[in-house]
Design a protein around this ligand. Structure first.
Ligand code: CO
Length: 504
């Protein structure tokens, strides 16, 4: 990309692309080191690895703000650019502005605070003692407010923090989608709990050899279209995906008593990887070869995890393979497997173990608490009570301890306020994208039932992946689906699916 000069391409634009490619390359090198740290690195490797990662991170920051990127951006200001070039400049300018207006001491301060906070959080969770973590959380709230003020002193600080993860969706839009979900889900879950309908929730009871689970996960990845010559499957404590269009790796985890957990995690991470691998090769290092942020990324993982992997058609396809691997499951029917994969829990306190419906209420609790913390309406010491109060209000349950309550997630110890909503926004977007694909691809469920994933994969490649960060989120969704991004398709999807499952 950077070396291709068309006659109308201004020199400063070419130089800008070259510089941003260097920046992106340093960042992608650190992501390989961080993958290695979580998957391969021997136990004692941490001291050197931390130095390697922090050096690369300052180097990336320097390449972005201290080099000539600022000059190039100024030089292309009045140049005549194509729409695509304008999009590239828009993306680089946004990154540059954010990085440039936060003083280096504050960046270092935040990074030191988060590394101390991480240890305190681990200890607090281990001992179920919120007080151990509270002072660190307080400092994190302070430094993140300060950070937000440097970027935009006039804006709602939470909106500024949210834009670190989701730069292209206004917070007000995210908020109205979450509000709508809360309405829909609280009453849908109440209805489900009031029915007599019993699902086959114990369909997968028993123990399942983890080596065989791993083979099955590999088969599923292959079947969905994962390119093993551009990726790998490994095991890590928390499943994740890392890489670029040439090399994008996934991890999963195995539990002898929970074969569904490994399968859904693997399919989720496949969705992330399939997106990254679908970014255009020739645009590596440019925003045109980069993903469109967290909500769109999560829409890709949730689409495969929920709309494909939790569908009845998929279980008709997968069950015979599952039974080949695990003959103990030979009595299982596709319907029972489908029901087990979609049960709504009466009492679950843990976000990452939640079902497709209650999951979003876990997120909404965190979203509301974060906003109150950042606005100053909620004191840090009041977080545990506020947490339990909201769990009671939205989910009708009270966590028995802070360890399975407000201390369960790592995000706040990283100072990541504003991250949680992107999980839910991704699911909502997934429903809208899947509905559009289903309209355009003839007999899509039948294709899934027969293991033909290509039409859906192609649809996503064409409508989402190949665009990189060319369009902002709302435009991307609207171009792909014909409608503006909203909660409508998600509401319709969950109402229809769960009314059928629970005979509502
Ligand atoms: Co994800």
């Amino acid at each position: 990309m950077a070396t291709e000069t068309t006659p109308e391409q201004p020199e400063a634009y070419t130089a800008l692309l070259e510089d941003i490619e260097r920046h992106a390359t340093v960042k992608s090198a650190s992501s390989v080191l961080s993958w290695d740290q979580q998957v391969m690195m021997p136990e004692e490797g941490t001291p050197a690895r931390s130095k390697q990662l922090s050096t690369l991170s300052s180097l990336a920051h320097e390449l972005l703000v201290d080099g000539e990127i600022g000059d190039h951006l100024a030089a292309v200001e009045d140049a005549t650019l194509t729409a695509e070039q304008e999009a590239v400049v828009r993306e680089i300018r946004r990154q540059y502005r954010r990085a440039n207006c936060v003083p280096r001491e504050l960046v270092e301060d935040i990074s030191e605070t988060t590394s101390e906070a991480l240890g305190a959080w681990e200890e607090a969770r281990e001992n179920d003692d919120f007080a151990t973590f509270a002072p660190y959380l307080e400092t994190l709230v302070e430094v993140k407010r300060e950070y937000a003020a440097h970027i935009d002193a006039d804006a709602d600080p939470y909106a500024v923090l949210f834009a670190d993860y989701e730069p292209c969706l206004p917070l007000s839009q995210a908020e109205s989608i979450l509000d709508e979900l809360r309405e829909t889900l609280v009453s849908l879950i109440e209805e489900i709990r009031a029915t007599e309908t019993e699902l086959a929730i114990d369909a997968f009871a028993g123990t399942y050899d983890t080596d065989t689970q791993e083979e099955l996960s590999r088969d599923v990845l292959e079947m969905l279209g994962y390119e093993f010559d551009r990726g790998r499957l490994d095991v890590s404590t928390h499943p994740f995906t890392s890489g670029n269009q040439f090399d994008c790796r996934v991890t999963t985890r195995f539990d002898e008593e929970d074969p569904l957990g490994a399968l859904t995690s693997t399919i989720h991470e496949f969705g992330h990887a399939y997106y990254t691998l679908g970014l255009p090769d020739e645009a590596f290092g440019s925003p045109l070869g980069d993903d469109r942020d967290l909500s769109v990324h999560e829409s890709q993982s949730r689409l495969w995890e929920n709309h494909v992997g939790r569908s009845e058609a998929f279980w008709e396809l997968l069950l015979p393979k599952f039974q080949d691997a695990f003959p103990q499951a030979d009595e299982l029917t596709p319907r029972a497997a489908y029901e087990a994969a979609n049960q709504v829990y009466d009492e679950n306190f843990i976000r990452v173990e939640a079902d497709e419906l209650t999951y979003h209420l876990h997120i909404i609790v965190r979203f509301e608490i974060e906003r109150e913390l950042i606005s100053g309406d909620l004191a840090v010491e009041a977080v545990p009570d506020r947490w339990n109060e909201l769990y009671e209000e939205y989910l009708g349950i009270t966590p028995p301890s802070d360890a399975v309550g407000c201390l369960q997630d790592i995000h706040w110890s990283h100072g990541s306020f504003g991250y949680f909503p992107t999980y839910t926004l991704g699911s909502v977007m997934a429903a809208q994208l899947y509905a559009a694909a289903d309209r355009e691809i003839e007999a899509l469920p039948e294709k899934i039932r027969t293991g033909n994933f290509e039409p859906l994969g192609e649809w996503l490649r064409k409508n989402i992946h190949r665009h990189g960060a060319r369009y902002e989120t709302n435009e991307l969704v609207e171009r792909a689906t014909g409608d503006s991004f909203s909660a409508d398709a998600f509401t319709e999807y969950v109402t229809e699916k769960y009314s059928d499952l629970y005979d509502l």
